[in-house]
Ligand binder design. Structure first.
Ligand SMILES: [Mg+2]
Length: 222
């Protein structure tokens, strides 16, 4: 195994916690426009509408503004606040930097392959402070190809100069990450997620990032 590639949201970035922190902070920051909506109502409804990131925020904020009859700030202004401020609320999963530096020390090339908007995902990676660990970062909007299409995985390994079969992918989405990576010819580790039942096609399953070096050792021996 020569390279280790990661998904971002729900794998490196604890998106559920980050979104909760962000939306509570957004309410506090813009309270002059959002009062008298109760904070818990604003936070809870945003998280429901976001649907674990599956609904883009232009839709979410249009719905919020309509449902709460917000008049003194536009959905576009709320969206812009999200686009520029989310990066300051990015929370990593436990053992993130420890794991990345250990893999780096062991000589692995590292990459991120994520679906999403280029500038937004780049800001989130910067927000986590982990950009320098990665040799390649592929974001679907910039690449014009999305997971689970095999092409985006193969493009990542091409840029690293490593054969796909010498690469492993780690992600939380059974289809986009696990089936996508397997179809591209890579091994795949599923990072267990409360949002999905199981990823049966995975070569291994982890709960914590720190398990990765140990699993790579096991693969080497088998
Ligand atoms: Mg994910």
């Amino acid at each position: 195994m020569k390279s280790v590639l990661f998904d971002l949201d729900g794998t490196l970035l604890d998106r559920d916690t980050s979104i909760q922190q962000f939306i509570a902070a957004q309410y506090d920051r813009l309270i002059a426009h959002l009062d008298p909506i109760p904070k818990t109502d604003y936070v809870t409804r945003f998280i429901e509408l976001d649907c674990h990131g599956h609904v883009w925020k232009d839709r979410v904020y249009q719905d919020l503004v309509w449902e709460f009859a917000i008049e003194s700030i536009s959905w576009q202004a709320l969206l812009e606040d999200y686009e520029t401020q989310f990066q300051f609320h990015c929370v990593p999963f436990r053992f993130l930097t420890e794991t990345l530096s250990q893999l780096k020390q062991q000589g692995y090339l590292l990459g991120i392959v994520t679906n999403g908007l280029g500038q937004f995902q780049n800001r989130a990676i910067a927000g986590l402070g982990i950009r320098d660990y990665f040799d390649v970062i592929l974001i679907s909007e910039i690449e014009q190809v999305r997971k689970p299409q095999p092409e985006i995985f193969q493009r990542a390994t091409n840029r690293l100069g490593v054969p796909v079969q010498d690469s492993i992918f780690i992600g939380d989405h059974p289809e986009a990450d696990i089936i996508g990576a397997k179809n591209a010819g890579m091994m795949a580790i599923w990072k267990r997620s409360p949002h999905w039942l199981e990823a049966r096609e995975a070569d291994a399953t982890i709960d914590e990032l720190k398990e990765i070096p140990f699993i790579l050792e096991q693969f080497k021996r088998s």
